[in-house]
Design a protein around this ligand. Structure first.
Ligand SMILES: [Zn+2]
Ligand SMILES: [Zn+2]
Length: 340
């Protein structure tokens, strides 16, 4: 039926990876040429455009009504809050199952992560698991090392790893990487209403602004500062983790990839993701801090949630395991030596 009109769908990408949503294939009228339409690419472009236009509207708004410390707190505090959601919920819980959560907590974790506007759980998890498997190679969905050596290639690689990859067709659900989550009812529920959670991530700050200022104008201040302007800051901080976390900093573990522990990333993420080399070495650990003096805010919040009975069974490597892993790159991170 579809073929009759030159239409079709492809469930694999050019490299043969099974993906969702499928690519739509259409024949250009009056020619034999076919074009591929990637719904995810369109969604990613629309998301980025919404954030940029919303941020410009915010700059215009605050230039008119004035910017208070409360508005700045909504932007920066919102960025820290959502960054914690990305690392605790999407990264440590859904991707690496570093701890267990009560069912109602798992739903809240999914909503928390979704508000970052970085894709549904299934998409984020599958992309990140591919990142771990093929880290810093041509099959890695996002790496700053994709374009080779030389100043121009490094700059191109940086831009691609920072933001370009999200609109390149590499952002999709790689279905073979999320077999465990496909039948997970929590994930199905949260992903079904993904755009509702994204919208709430903008609307709720509006009501906080209205409560603070006691006016409708306060609603718009809260929405713009805690919505698009926060999203702009937060997505940039994720861009820094994905690029600088593979370019500059210390490498206490000789991992196969180029991951690093970076102080600069710490300054912009404030969620523990800066200990990126530690994480690539022992990805299942609930804590990314593994040596003396390292600070992981994401883990501190997890510990607090554990004290409140919300989460349990935090997987942590023993000191001896960390020492052996850092001395011998050949020990696989999957080796199960954990304490709870
Ligand atoms: Zn990485
Ligand atoms: Zn990871």
């Amino acid at each position: 039926m579809l073929e009759k009109y030159g239409l079709g769908v492809a469930f694999t990408d050019a490299a043969g990876n099974r993906r969702y949503p499928p690519l739509l294939i259409a024949r250009v009228p009056m020619s034999n040429r076919r074009v591929q339409i990637d719904p995810m690419r369109i969604g990613a472009w629309l998301s980025l455009i919404a954030v940029v236009i919303g941020s410009l509207a915010g700059i215009w708004w605050f230039a008119s009504v004035g910017l208070s410390w409360f508005d700045v707190a909504m932007m920066v505090g919102g960025t820290v809050f959502i960054n914690l959601g990305v690392t605790i919920a999407y990264h440590r819980y859904f991707t690496h199952t570093s701890f267990e959560a009560k069912p109602w907590v798992a739903v809240l974790l999914g909503v928390w992560g979704s508000m970052a506007m970085q894709g549904q759980i299934m998409t984020w998890v599958s992309v990140h698991r591919r990142h771990h498997r093929y880290c810093d190679t041509a099959d890695d969905p996002h790496t700053p090392k994709s374009m080779g050596a030389g100043a121009k290639a490094m700059l191109d690689g940086f831009i691609d790893g920072y933001v370009g990859w999200t609109v390149s067709g590499r952002l999709c659900t790689y279905v073979d990487y999320v077999r465990d989550l496909r039948k997970n009812k929590t994930v199905q529920f949260v992903d079904r209403y993904y755009w509702l959670w994204v919208a709430l991530g903008w609307i709720i700050p509006g009501f906080i602004g209205m409560a603070w200022y006691g006016t409708w104008a306060g609603y718009w201040s809260g929405l713009l500062a805690g919505g698009p302007m926060r999203a702009f800051l937060q997505l940039n901080s994720t861009g820094f983790v994905n690029t600088l976390g593979h370019l500059v900093g210390k490498r206490p573990f000789a991992t196969k990839d180029d991951s690093t522990n970076s102080g600069i990333v710490n300054a912009v993420s404030l969620n523990g993701e800066h200990l990126h080399n530690n994480h690539h070495a022992i990805p299942w650990s609930a804590s990314f801090a593994m040596f003396k003096g390292e600070f992981d805010p994401g883990f501190l919040v997890l510990r607090a949630m554990e004290k409140l009975g919300m989460v349990s069974k935090l997987k942590l490597p023993s000191e001896q395991f960390v020492a052996r892993r850092s001395a011998h790159a050949s020990i696989t991170p999957e080796a199960a030596e954990t304490t709870t």
